[in-house]
Design a protein around this ligand. Structure first.
Ligand SMILES: [Zn+2]
Ligand SMILES: [Zn+2]
Length: 219
């Protein structure tokens, strides 16, 4: 299974264009996950282009800048509810809300999944001791991948050996806008999940109207 991870486009025209070129080109990816801060206060609507993206499963979680919630009103065929679990093949995709707390995880189930992918805007909110305890309880012995954005200075980052409270995890951190991110707008991670674990490629969507992407780095 292949996943495109996009985050923090912040409504920038160039970033939006480049991630659109990437998503339209990568029809071989069955999942696209957007981890928040899609817009900013100045831009209150999302491009309808995102409804044409060819990925069968499209997940989006809200960031602190995604206000009001109606900015996602034009999206069709996207999962924007949180907290929510969706099973895609044998991976459980977990949408978590901005300001996630331990009680948001109560009642969620990843039964039937061999691995778990958590989508959250700000990973620190997950790292609160009580909340992380619930995450570890939910995930159990399964491999865990956390997709997030928010901290522009620290992105991009792929971590294969994260650890907290005795639970190890993979971590994909991306910011697709040009703010404090080496001015590389439209960057994303393509995550390949094979042989029971994920691997990651750092890419940038093409500019202009040319569908495609540039491979920047294999982690
Ligand atoms: Zn942001
Ligand atoms: Zn943010």
């Amino acid at each position: 299974m292949r996943i495109i991870h996009v985050s923090d486009t912040h409504g920038e025209n160039e970033a939006m264009m480049r991630v659109d070129n990437l998503a339209m080109y990568r029809a071989d990816c069955s999942v696209v996950a957007v981890t928040g801060d899609v817009i900013t206060g100045a831009k209150e609507t999302l491009t309808a282009k995102w409804n044409r993206w060819p990925q069968a499963h499209r997940f989006l979680v809200r960031g602190n800048h995604d206000r009001p919630a109606s900015v996602f009103g034009d999206l069709r065929g996207w999962t924007t509810d949180a907290p929510k679990v969706d099973l895609v093949e044998d991976l459980a995709f977990v949408n978590l809300p901005w300001g996630v707390k331990a009680s948001d995880l109560v009642g969620l189930s990843v039964a039937g999944a061999t691995a778990v992918v958590i989508m959250v805007h700000f990973i620190q909110q997950l790292m609160d001791a009580l909340t992380w305890e619930k995450v570890a309880e939910l995930v159990g012995e399964r491999p865990l991948l956390v997709l997030h954005g928010h901290d522009h200075k620290d992105a991009p980052k792929w971590e294969a050996n994260g650890e907290a409270g005795g639970k190890s995890f993979y971590r994909s951190h991306i910011c697709s806008c040009g703010h404090k991110t080496h001015k590389l707008r439209g960057t994303s991670h393509i995550i390949d999940w094979g042989d029971g674990k994920p691997s990651c490629t750092f890419v940038q969507g093409n500019e202009g109207i040319v569908p495609g992407f540039i491979t920047l780095l294999h982690y």
